[in-house]
Unconditional design. Structure first.
Length: 290
């Protein structure tokens, strides 16, 4: 895998050159014989460029030391001839670096792929967050609609009770009107009887006047009852209109609730799928780091 190739590459470089790679600092560093340390950052130069720069520094330092300590006797020359030339070793090491460069290129591709995946996950997470905010707003709206629905239900209960009271009052008024009509009819009949008899005494005239007065009062009362009946009828028509409007709003509220439930279920499924992908990405990232 790309992770094992990168690990072998680091181990080979450390074995051949003594150079180590700082994973957390993302840099190469080389320990000199005197104990000092020289480092090159990979974040600014790149992995291969930083390693090449560090190796060139090591080779230049080695050549400089070799010139200062050139052999002056044949014994030193014999020792040098017994060891392989430094140039040949450098060439071999360069070949090894070149052979491992393909693995580094693969690691670069993997890094680019990881960056793309991170960008994709961040974009998806932004979408999920925006969708979650939108659904939260829709849920608040649904709560407001539910409150309005409860208020309408309470208002409908109050209107139904008021309608029952109005019906009882109307029935009572109708019964009273029927009684008054019967009484008026009886008074009219009695008045006609008195007129037919043409009673001339004062008592009969006074009684006739009382009957006429009572008849006028009954007519006035009948007019009031007719007016009240019209008001009650108008109030009843108004209650019917409110009840029809409430029924329409209740159907709309029910439809909105069903639609929001479907959207919430879809969002929950997308969120679970996103979590699974995110955990897989974290596992792959941990494997690359280790």
């Amino acid at each position: 895998t790309k992770g094992s190739s990168w690990r072998r590459f680091r181990e080979a470089i450390e074995s051949e050159f003594g150079s180590e790679h700082n994973v957390y600092g993302f840099s190469w560093f080389l320990r000199r014989p005197g104990g000092s340390r020289v480092s090159r950052s990979c974040s600014t130069e790149g992995v291969l460029s930083a390693l090449r720069s560090l190796l060139e520094l090591m080779f230049d330092s080695s050549r400089h030391n070799k010139k200062r300590q050139a052999p002056s006797t044949s014994a030193t020359a014999a020792v040098d001839s017994a060891n392989p030339p430094k140039r040949m070793r450098v060439g071999t090491l360069k070949e090894k670096v070149t052979s491992l460069s393909s693995d580094v290129a693969g690691l670069k591709e993997l890094a680019d792929e990881i960056v793309q995946q991170v960008g994709a996950f961040e974009a998806e997470e932004s979408k999920v967050k925006a969708e979650r905010d939108r659904l939260r707003i829709e849920n608040d709206k649904l709560n407001d609609v539910e409150v309005s629905r409860q208020n309408l239900l309470e208002a409908n209960g109050e209107l139904s009770a008021a309608n029952q009271r109005l019906r009882a009052e109307v029935n009572s008024l109708i019964a009273g009107m029927n009684e008054l009509a019967a009484e008026r009819k009886q008074l009219v009949a009695d008045n006609e009887k008195f007129k037919a008899r043409q009673v001339g005494n004062d008592d009969l005239k006074a009684e006739n006047g009382k009957l006429n007065t009572r008849n006028g009062e009954l007519q006035a009362e009948n007019g009031k009852l007719n007016t009240r009946n019209g008001e009650l009828q108008a109030e009843n028509d108004k209650l019917r209109g409110v009840k029809c409007e409430f029924g329409t709003k209740e159907d709309e509220i029910r439809a909105m609730g069903e639609q929001l439930r479907v959207e919430i279920n879809d969002l929950v499924a997308e969120r679970d799928e996103f979590r699974v992908e995110k955990e897989e990405f974290r596992a792959e990232k941990d494997d690359l780091q280790h």
